[in-house]
Write a protein that binds this ligand. Structure first.
Ligand code: NAP
Length: 617
């Protein structure tokens, strides 16, 4: 099976060679594997990082929290979150001339996920030239096409410095409650530092992957050894840094629970450092070649203004739309393999006309999907020596049932003598944790430490995801109630009953291949509304109930039914753990198209009437 061979961004991208498959047999196998893993508790199987587990979220292993006096302040705009989303929001506010804002961030610096997640091996899993925001504005070009975690964190700091946002930052501060105060037309904000901040506008930029969750394994509190979550890596315990070299665990028996994007990247380094590593796997990830390359100066010199937007659009076409005939695959990685291979077949067979029929389109895509997954399964056989282990590592589900993973070191790790893979699919997860370790088939395996690579509150209930209470709009209405039966917004950014409040992320907006591009679209809209509200002397601005309902109807009119696909997927946060009516992690998006949504929003702004918004002056 050949891998993508793009050596630089200038090298044309070839399709991969994929084997013939028996789709019916595989479909049956996929369903079997799915059923084995679905748990009746769905999302409830996870434990919240609160109360006795709060430290897994709130404590900062990277920087000591300095004591400070509580802040009492009245600010025009508070941006909640200083990751890329918050930084983009701040940038767009600044561009719009709105400068009285503060960015409140739990971390001790900018960076969000890239501040928190410093586990060994952390690296971007999608094209850095598309993903890293504000490249042209800061004059920066990523060193490689898949940046390492420290480069992403440094880029967040670069943005903070370049635009002077450090003066606007309140770090090491967690917003605990948000309440709209009708008397003073302000949001009352309380934090974990005893702050009482009033803000006219609040922009939520918390990001979708901000709050770690833990597996609800019976006995999880019994373990007397060391534990930590990948998103709060404890280098005091392991030694080393995010490039590896974990030199303090040479005498330690380590268990890792979780084999998603985080686990896959950390496991090779844990294996190199530990006396013994045991990997508990419920579902194997599907792992593409990393195929990283350094940024080619010749390519950089060849770039014309607008190159980045064109690249992002090309990525979007591969992931959420489709190429036009002759369009090259500029991204050339696992995200684009299925579309690339399909486009090559269409060209070979002169079959592009077939795409006019959406059913045919889905059929052709499905074939390439099955073939690509089979390629990845055979790749495992080629790399992993022990055939039983190789079999356990094979993913049996469709492309995009889970997030694709890119790694060259993970699979060879299972050829090491100090690494054991334990499949826990039959018990739908690790059976039990004990004082000394983990129970497997009635046998207690002893460990010095357990690393939880168990992911984040992404599609769990919104109050778990936000961890803000109360979160109350006009008349004390809870946002969790307002959105209890599904998102209700205008343009994905404002909700009726929540004046001067702005949402970002996967909330009835447009989806595209780079989340940062989605944030940019939302931040443009938010900054415009705030600027206009200020210019018109409005104390508050809010969508009417009718406008909100209108947007919901627009969303419905463009909705697509992908319930068969998601319900047949192996469980995970992509399909709300297989819950029948679970929330999509994409958040009820506008399926009319990301760029089409951009045009709708631009036209709305161009009319200048703020249609659907009620302003109180
Ligand atoms: P995740 O994808 O949610 O993975 C959690 C892992 O924990 C899964 O393997 C899950 O198994 C396992 N697990 C949960 N409960 C278990 C139990 N009771 N017993 C055994 N295993 C259990 O979390 P993640 O790896 O942190 O990744 C989350 C997301 O963050 C990614 O999808 C990605 O969007 C983002 N991320 C990105 C990067 C990057 O760009 N480089 C890196 C890391 C994370 P199941 O699969 O069976 O549920």
């Amino acid at each position: 099976m050949t891998a993508p061979t793009q050596a630089t961004a200038m090298t044309p991208c070839a399709p991969t060679h994929t084997p013939e498959v028996d789709i019916d047999a595989l479909r049956a196998k996929y369903l079997l594997e799915r059923d084995k893993r679905v748990r009746p508790e769905g999302q409830q199987q996870y434990v919240e990082a609160a109360d006795e587990f709060a430290g897994f979220y709130e404590s900062d292993p990277h920087l000591p929290v300095e004591p400070r006096e509580p802040i009492t302040d009245d600010i025009e705009v508070v941006v909640l979150g200083g990751g890329f989303c918050g930084l983009i929001a701040a940038h767009r506010l600044q561009q719009a001339g709105v400068t009285d804002f503060k960015i409140v961030e739990l971390g001790g610096d900018f960076g969000g996920v890239w501040y928190w997640n410093r586990y060994p091996g952390i690296q971007i899993d999608s094209d850095a030239y598309c993903y890293l925001p504000l490249l042209e504005e800061t004059g920066y070009m990523p060193k490689e096409r898949f940046s390492h975690g420290d480069e992403c964190f440094e880029h967040a700091q670069r943005i903070g410095k370049h635009f002077g946002f450090y003066d606007n930052a309140i770090f090491h501060t967690l917003i605990r409650s948000l309440e709209w105060d009708e008397e003073i037309n302000r949001w009352q904000i309380r934090t974990n530092r005893g702050d009482e901040i009033r803000a006219r506008f609040v922009v939520m930029a918390q990001g979708p992957y901000n709050r770690p969750k833990l597996p609800g394994i019976p006995g999880i509190t019994d373990f007397k050894g060391h534990t930590f979550h990948t998103a709060r890596w404890d280098y005091d315990y392991t030694g080393g840094d995010l490039h590896g070299g974990l030199d303090k665990i040479a005498d330690k028996r380590i268990a890792v629970i979780g084999t998603g994007s985080s686990g896959i990247q950390a496991i090779p380094h844990l294996a190199k450092g530990a006396k013994h590593l045991t990997v508990f796997q419920r579902t194997p990830s599907y792992i593409f070649e990393r195929a990283n390359y350094p940024t080619d100066p010749q390519w950089v010199n060849s770039l014309e203004p607008g190159w980045r937007a064109a690249r992002q659009r090309n990525f979007h076409n591969a992931a959420f739309a489709f190429y036009s005939p002759g369009e090259p695959d500029l991204i050339c990685d696992g995200w684009t393999e299925v579309s690339r291979n399909m486009a090559a077949k269409l060209t070979e067979t002169n079959g592009w006309a077939a795409l006019a029929d959406p059913v045919k389109f889905m059929e052709l895509k499905e074939v390439e999907d099955y073939r690509s997954m089979e390629r990845l399964r055979r790749r495992i056989e080629e790399i992993v020596d022990d055939s039983d282990t190789a079999e356990l590592l094979k993913p049996y589900y469709r492309n995009m049932c889970k997030r694709p993973v890119f790694n060259d070191d993970y699979l060879p790790t299972f050829n090491r003598p100090n690494v054991t893979l334990i499949d826990v699919s039959e018990t739908k997860g690790v059976e039990r944790i004990t004082e000394k370790g983990v129970m497997v088939d009635g046998v207690e395996l002893e460990f010095d430490a357990i690393v939880f690579a168990s992911g984040f509150e992404i599609t769990t209930a919104l109050d778990r995801q936000f961890d803000i209470a109360p979160f109350a709009g006009r008349d004390g209405t809870s946002l969790y109630d307002h959105w209890g039966k599904g998102f209700r917004t205008l343009h994905g950014v404002m909700a009726h009953g929540f004046p001067n409040h702005f949402a970002t992320g996967f909330v009835q907006g447009g989806v595209t291949a780079s989340t940062t591009l989605m944030f940019e679209q939302q931040a443009d809209h938010i900054a415009y509304i705030i600027k206009e509200a200020q210019a018109r002397g409005a104390t508050h601005v809010e969508p009417t109930a009718a406008a909100e309902e209108g947007w919901i109807q627009t969303i419905r009119a463009h909705s697509i039914d992908n319930s068969t696909f998601t319900s047949e997927c192996t469980p995970g946060y992509y399909n709300s753990e297989g819950e029948p009516n679970g929330r999509s992690f994409l958040g009820d998006p506008f399926w009319g198209g990301f760029y089409e949504l951009g045009e709708i929003l631009q036209t709305w702004r161009d009319t200048g009437t703020l249609e659907g918004l009620k302003l109180d002056v």
